[in-house]
Design a protein around this ligand. Sequence first.
Ligand SMILES: [Zn+2]
Length: 104
Amino acid sequence: MSEVKTEPVTATYFDDWHKQRTAKVAGSISVSPFPDEDGNQYLSYCCPCGCGRLAPLLVGNGFKPAESPSWQWNGSREKPTLTPSINHIGHWHGYLTDGVWRSC
Ligand SMILES: [Zn+2]
């Protein structure tokens, strides 16, 4: 880890996953443009620790998808909230609330 981010880390929204993947901004998010037939979407986040790794989360806009693991998303791209907590194993564990990542 060459770049350790000081908390809190804000969630920068990218409208394009490829741009997000190239930029590697800690805590950035992008969201798949169209929900599937169950209303599920993928939210890609860049690990808030600063390592530059991206991971997808299965999310529902206003609900938690039936499949696990999954997260309820508040539908906001500017001030996203996810529940429950996000555990990027070995890197970071915490919450994304109102567009801010806070470790726990
Ligand atoms: Zn990390």
